[in-house]
Ligand binder design. Structure first.
Ligand code: SF4
Ligand code: SF4
Length: 448
């Protein structure tokens, strides 16, 4: 009997354990004796052995597992090839806020207003890409701050939204939302998918950290924009920046958002995520305030247990454990968590093409231009395109490989000098927190 490299075990309580395999998607609850037999590879009888084989925990030989990995990799690629492609566009790197953690530091932040010609070239590229690859496309506006309170910027946005709409292309906006109210009239004319807004905790701490030169109360302006957008059925995605300064204010934020009625809306209209910006930053003002990824999940889970209102605000995915509990099945294996040049690429106001939001504007990551001329250096995109846990040597035998997907290509390159290298995450620890959080629900699954 050959044991799968992807078998994982997490104790739930003194008697029960979660036994699961993210490659096959199997998830079972087993008592301690069964786990002992499982770990030793000694099934009780033929029925148990058969069960372990059909669930993908064991194979006859290593070659059989390899064939199964290839089959699951093909399933994964099929899904990727059906998915939409995100084009990120940075119309300017300048911003009306000056947040300590902003990773756009180090790029040219002078104000820019892309010309109609540049926008035409970008949208033409997207239209051709959609036709040639038979995949849907959408644009995500990113910055700097794309919604600047300047006449030239309103004009540019008006033109961009019309051009996208004329070509049936939807768009999302990543914004600090300070000027959202002023932009709603322009945005609502297009096919708007989502407005993505970061909040640094509740009002007081947010205002302390996220201010413009003139206004120290940016929080109220942002709430006004969110309220307006929600009333027009524009989907909102709040990214809550989590660190030691903001975390304790989340119950207050949850109460505020709940009172406004946002937390009763369906996820298609209002959702939240936990955010850590720092991995991509060279300098952050207070490194002591940062959480590691697993710390963030642990501390947030503790808070979640103490303040039930947070269950309305956000329940983390715990790398697929929440999905497993809700839907009764695990996600399909993720062989590649970095969409760069497969499902994502980034353009900026200078006409440059880059891999994604993490590298946009950085000369050492530039692979070509879409304006004034279209040119892409295929050699520079080759490693990105082939990046997956099957091409990163360290990932090939990693037991959480198909959950982690190899991490972020930009972070990997920064750490190790090549995108074909790992960006490890404490995946198992985070899944363990999820299993602990859902302990009661999971033991009920066993008894049904
Ligand atoms: S390099 Fe990192 S930020 Fe960029 S697409 Fe890949 S995972 Fe995302
Ligand atoms: S990046 Fe690290 S944790 Fe992720 S799959 Fe590769 S080896 Fe495993």
């Amino acid at each position: 009997m050959y044991k799968s490299r992807y078998n994982l075990i997490t104790p739930i309580d003194s008697e029960n354990n979660a036994v699961f395999n993210p490659l096959s998607g199997a998830f079972d609850i087993a008592d301690n004796e069964t786990v002992k037999r499982f770990t030793d590879g000694k099934p009780l009888d033929d029925d148990e052995q058969e069960y372990w084989f059909t669930r993908g925990y064991f194979f006859g030989t290593a070659e059989e597992e390899q064939n199964y990995i290839e089959k699951r990799y093909n399933d994964f690629n099929e899904e990727v090839n059906k998915s939409e492609v995100q084009f990120v566009f940075v119309p300017t790197y300048s911003c009306n806020f000056s947040c300590g953690y902003c990773y756009q530091k180090g790029v040219d932040r002078s104000v820019a207003y892309p010309s109609h010609e540049l926008i035409d070239n970008m949208v033409d590229y997207m239209v051709n890409f959609r036709k040639e690859n038979k995949r849907d496309v959408y644009l995500t506006l990113f910055g700097g701050e794309p919604l600047q309170n300047k006449k030239e910027n309103y004009d540019m946005m008006e033109y961009l939204v019309k051009k996208l709409t004329d070509n049936s292309i939807g768009f999302a906006v990543v914004t600090n939302a300070y000027n959202l109210t002023k932009y709603i009239k322009i945005l609502e004319k297009g096919i708007i998918r989502e407005i993505h807004i970061s909040l640094d905790g509740d009002k007081e701490v947010h205002n302390k950290r996220r201010k413009t030169g003139q206004d120290a109360n940016t929080f109220d302006a942002i709430m006004e924009g969110i309220t307006k957008a929600v009333s027009l059925f524009i989907p909102i995605n709040i990214r809550m920046i989590i660190d030691k300064e903001t975390i304790e204010t989340l119950p207050l934020l949850a109460e505020r958002l709940d009172k406004a009625g946002f937390l009763d809306l369906p996820k298609t209209r209002f959702k939240t995520s936990l955010g850590r910006n720092y991995e991509l930053i060279n300098e952050y003002m207070k490194p002591g305030d940062l959480f590691t990824l697993d710390e963030m999940y642990r501390v947030y889970t503790d808070l979640l247990m103490k303040h039930p209102i947070l269950k309305k605000l956000h329940i983390p995915s715990y790398f697929g454990i929440s999905h497993m509990v809700d839907k009764g099945e695990m996600y399909i294996p993720d062989f590649d968590s970095c969409p760069a040049f497969k499902s994502e690429m980034a353009f900026d106001y200078s006409g440059g093409i880059y891999s994604c939001t993490a590298s946009v504007g950085r000369e050492d990551y530039k692979v070509g231009t879409f304006y004034p001329e279209l040119y892409i250096d295929d050699q520079k995109t080759a490693d990105w395109k082939k990046r997956s846990i099957l091409t990163i040597p360290e990932c090939k035998d990693c037991s959480v490989g198909v959950v982690c997907g190899g991490g972020c290509g930009v972070i990997a390159k920064q750490k190790n000098g090549t995108v074909l290298s790992p960006d490890c995450k404490p995946v198992k620890k985070v899944m363990d927190y999820g299993i602990q959080f859902y302990a009661e629900a999971l033991t009920k699954i066993k008894s049904t």
